[in-house]
Design a protein around this ligand. Structure first.
Ligand code: ACM
Length: 455
């Protein structure tokens, strides 16, 4: 599968690649579900990102999830393998990444100022063998697994294991970082930019490329807090040596080094839209645009292939209604009907933009999705609407979708999926007393404008 300008024809090519037998089986599944996924797909990249860093899930759960994605004709599963709260990818050269970075003593319960800690240890990681098996399992269902290691921010789990890669020296970092972060949010901890740290990161990506056969490799690059870099004399010295004047340029420089390393394996990087702050790090990078349209438009202007995953339409951890019974409500309201209004490339879009859109992706962040049923509740039935947008390239007809919804829900029932009922969460799906942090759409739009002002 290549992406971008060639996406329309490659959607078909990728389908051929899955083989006629599989194509027939997948089509039978989606037809049984009552989903409108007919003819040729509009987008070559029809993705779902699953955050296994915040919540480790057993391989059997991932296989079940992949089976469900396949029936929705999703063809990319981005696995978010690392974050502040946990490291889930076995790295043979650096075993402490999983031994130390794969375990936290407890986890935040709820969101916002009234959140607490649950006192329950959480751990787990995937071996090379398990991940190779998962890649094969997914490929047999027409799904490519795109692995993501998030750097240079979201790095607290790395620094719990190897404090020498943090800012300010190993001793200072050890004092600040006792373990992967039990709290949620964006940690201030980032990697330092010494050559030795770049080499460490390069080695990790070498192993990642050995295990995953994907042409696309996720490097993160989102929400990199710059305060430590700004305050650190050694970082400032290295920036001057490298001719970099801002921390945004340093971030690009860092990501460019990883892109080079990954290119050495014949692969291309995928990064979140923050990667375009500072300088353009890699001409062949795919930009995953999550903070409104700004990153996608800039990416397209710079002739990057872009994947659209704007949070207001595609973040499946966001609350599904403003009912007080919604479990741990975070984000803005995103109902199944709202997902169906997503119009990735509106008719009036200029060709320079439309041609660069490789596809769309729904992102499933798992801070508050701690078990299989919680994941089901967040993902279904919203994935049905998303899958139709991804396949057909535009919004779903709300009346038509509503008429098919009972049949789709019956199909989910038959598969044992604990989806959110249209009337709201059942009592066993609620989390009474666990605080959330609901957002208002206008407030989030204003925040997105602020966050992307430097693009
Ligand atoms: C993101 O939601 N931090 C990509």
């Amino acid at each position: 599968m290549t992406v971008g300008r060639r996406s329309r024809s490659d959607g078909g090519a990728f389908r051929d690649h899955v083989g006629e037998g599989l194509e027939t089986a997948l089509r039978a599944d989606s037809t049984a579900a009552g989903l409108r996924l007919e003819g040729e797909p509009r987008f070559a990249w029809r993705g779902v990102m699953l955050d296994v860093a915040r919540r480790f899930r057993p391989v059997a759960d991932l296989e079940r999830f992949i089976d469900l994605l396949a029936a929705h004709r999703i063809n990319v599963l981005q696995l978010h393998l690392t974050d502040d709260q946990g490291w889930r990818f076995e790295v043979r050269a650096y075993p402490r990444l999983t031994e130390v970075g794969g375990r936290r003593s407890q986890t935040q319960l709820g969101h916002g100022p009234h959140s607490t800690l649950d006192g329950v240890p959480h751990e787990g990681w995937y071996t090379h063998g398990e991940l190779r098996g998962l890649v094969r399992f997914a490929a047999a269902r027409g799904i490519r697994i795109v692995p993501e290691i998030d750097v240079p921010g979201h790095a607290q789990a790395i620094l719990a294991a190897y404090p020498e890669f943090g800012v300010g020296g190993a001793e200072a970092v050890s004092e600040r970082v006792a373990e992967p972060w039990p709290r949620f949010g964006i940690s201030d901890e980032v990697l330092n930019v010494d050559d030795a740290t770049l080499e460490f990161v390069g080695t990790v990506f070498d192993e990642l490329c050995e295990v995953f056969d994907s042409e696309f490799i996720g490097i993160g690059g989102d929400e990199v807090r710059k305060d430590r870099w700004r305050a650190d004399p050694r970082t400032q010295e290295l920036m001057a040596e490298r001719g970099l004047t801002t921390e945004e340029e340093l971030q690009s420089w860092f990501l460019a080094r990883i892109a080079d390393r990954v290119r050495g394996h014949g692969r291309r990087v995928v990064g979140w839209d923050e990667m375009l702050e500072g300088r353009d790090p890699a001409p062949d990078a795919i930009v995953a645009s999550w903070r409104g349209p700004v990153g996608a438009e800039l990416g397209a202007r710079l002739r990057h292939d872009v994947v659209l995953c704007p949070d207001l339409w595609t973040y499946l951890d966001y609350r599904q209604s403003d009912l007080p019974e919604e479990p741990i409500p975070v984000g803005t309201v995103l109902s199944v009907e709202d997902v169906g209004t997503f119009d990735p490339v509106p008719a009036e879009s200029p060709a320079w933009f439309a041609d660069r859109v490789a596809g769309v992706q729904a992102n499933v962040w798992c801070e508050h999705l701690d078990g299989r049923d919680r994941l089901d509740y967040a993902v279904f039935p919203r994935l049905g609407a998303f899958a139709e947008v991804a396949w057909n390239g535009g919004p779903v007809d709300p009346d038509d979708f509503a008429a098919r919804l009972p049949g789709y829900l019956a199909w989910l029932d038959a598969r044992g999926v604990a989806y959110r009922p249209p009337s709201g969460p059942r009592p066993d799906q609620q989390r009474p007393g666990v605080p959330g942090a609901p957002r208002d759409r206008a407030d989030r739009l204003a925040e997105l404008a602020r966050l992307t002002a430097n693009l």
